[in-house]
Design a binder for this molecule. Structure first.
Ligand SMILES: Cc1cc2nc3c(=O)[nH]c(=O)nc-3n(C[C@H](O)[C@H](O)[C@H](O)COP(=O)(O)O)c2cc1C
Ligand SMILES: [Mn+2]
Length: 476
């Protein structure tokens, strides 16, 4: 398991999942366009060694975990592991928490800039997409904040845009843990909130920051559990927040309670630029520390970015747990990368109207990030989107098999199909397609027999064919 970004880069080099680019590239859209195309082609992670206008001792590492091979590498399992195996590995580890340990020395302190000397333009933050509100320095990051009443520390991955040489603006959703803690415990009291933005920690710490995790949950302990060893933390220079000691870059500062500043728009994870420049939170940097030869980590946000694997997988497992708690006969949940965290495939022991309603109610009672659900039976491999599409096309009744709920005040404001009015009111809907046979149909007389090799032949014939397969002349 990698202890930092550099070890992870080495791992990816050894598995053939890294491309090092020595050619000079511009931070102004060229780097973003290369990285975007690499995602869309399921290409390797990219390490840009030479950025125009910047010295050769700063580099940029892009799309750390945007393919399943790289997720597997981060988890320390074979890169050829199937998606299902990777999900199972995550499920096995996510319940075992290992709290972090504190150290008093760490490479993230090798170079320090405090107060007037600091200039955030010293880092080659890219202009990732055309039309972005500015250059984004925080994409593959980990923001550390604390609830002043309980001492609960939250880690989250939230985007941050460079506003000027000492200020950043950001867009933590009001429902995110950072957004909530800031609103409830700092804005109301008129106090500035200490915040540390960590860039380039070990990959599973970033995974934990981006994971769907409960309010009050300790993502640092989650990261330790996923890694199988504690994360080493070190104190900030200008606050008592703790940050991963082996991180590439740490930007320390505070979010001002009485100011807003323009932020966005941005080419978002659903794969669209939606909305206009709006009011974001304003962060004032008080210190900036980094390793020698710092590596800025970046997510080239958009179709099939890092969220399509990591946010999707942690979201799927969280959905499975919630459905289990609510008595749904759920077997497995898959949130496919192509669905941009808007679509879930839910495998159930049995479906029907009642189960459909229960799933919709459970998954939309709080915030509703997903809006499309395929409910399938155990005869379908939910990790095989082709098979899911076959079940949807053939088993979902176009009138009785479609169930929807409507809601207001908790829809996903980034869902591209919603109008500006719906977004403002957080108004939306979730639709479930029941791709299971009706429970009242006789399994013997009414349920059609699937005309596939596994289903429509007697065991004796299947066995004979399989035994003689190569003999017929097939080579696999
Ligand atoms: C690359 C990337 C960027 C993200 N940017 C944001 C963001 O700007 N605002 C936000 O609310 N969530 C963002 N998310 C999603 C959050 O990381 C995710 O919801 C996480 O669970 C938040 O942590 P929390 O539950 O502690 O608030 C992003 C995720 C990824 C993978
Ligand atoms: Mn959290």
């Amino acid at each position: 398991m990698s202890d930092d970004t550099r070890e992870f880069i080495e791992t990816l080099r050894s598995t053939g999942d890294l491309l090092e680019i020595d050619e000079e590239v511009s931070w102004d859209m060229e780097l973003g366009a290369i990285s975007r195309l690499a995602c869309e082609k399921d290409g390797p992670a990219l390490w840009f060694k030479s950025i125009a206008d910047y010295p050769e001792d700063v580099s940029v590492f892009v799309n750390p975990m945007a393919t399943w091979r790289r997720v597997a590498a981060a988890f320390g399992v074979a890169p050829t592991s199937s998606v299902k195996e990777i999900y199972q590995e995550y499920e096995r580890r996510e319940g075992k928490l290992i709290p972090p340990v504190t150290v008093d020395q760490g490479p993230c302190k090798e170079v320090r800039w405090v107060g007037d000397t600091l200039d955030l333009f010293n880092l080659p933050a890219p202009m990732l997409h055309d039309g972005d509100g500015g250059r984004y320095i925080g994409t593959w990051d980990l923001a550390v904040s604390r609830d002043p009443n309980t001492g609960w520390v939250n880690w989250g991955m939230y985007r941050f845009m460079v506003y000027d040489s000492t200020h950043l603006t950001g867009f933590p959703r009001p429902t995110s843990h950072l957004g909530k803690v800031f609103q409830d415990h700092y804005v109301t009291k008129g106090k500035a909130m200490p915040l540390a933005i960590v860039i380039g920690a070990d990959p599973l710490s970033h995974f934990a920051a981006a994971a769907t995790y409960h309010l009050g949950g300790d993502e640092a302990a989650l990261a330790g559990g996923l890694r199988g060893s504690p994360v080493e933390l070190i104190r900030c220079e200008t606050s008592d927040l703790l940050v991963p000691a082996r991180a590439e870059i740490v930007i320390e500062g505070e979010v001002l309670p009485d100011r807003v500043a323009l932020e966005g728009p941005y080419g978002e994870y659903p794969g669209y630029r939606t909305g206009e420049m709006g009011n974001g939170i304003l962060f004032r940097a008080t210190a900036f520390t980094h390793r020698r030869r710092p590596i800025l980590t970046v997510d080239a946000t958009g179709y099939k970015d890092d969220s399509s694997t990591i946010t999707a997988m942690s979201g799927a497992v969280a959905i499975k747990r919630r459905l289990e708690r609510h008595g749904v006969p759920v077997v497995d949940v898959y949130v496919p990368p192509e669905g941009a965290v808007h679509l879930a495939v839910i495998g159930v022991q049995f479906g029907g109207k009642e189960i459909a309603r229960k799933i919709l109610e459970t998954l939309t009672s709080r915030r509703a990030l997903l809006s499309k659900i395929f409910m399938v039976e155990t005869d379908v491999d939910i990790f095989d989107i082709g098979k899911v599409l076959h079940a949807f096309s053939t088993k979902c009744h176009p009138a009785h098999g479609v169930h929807a709920v409507h809601y207001e005040g908790r829809a996903n404001t980034l869902t591209p199909c919603y109008s500006q009015g719906e977004r403002a009111a957080q108004k939306g809907a979730t639709v479930l397609f029941d791709c299971t046979w009706p429970g009242e149909w006789s399994r013997q007389w009414e349920v059609p027999v699937k005309a596939t090799f596994d289903s429509i032949f007697p065991e004796s014939i299947r066995q004979k064919v399989l035994e003689r397969w190569r003999g017929y002349g097939f080579n696999q």
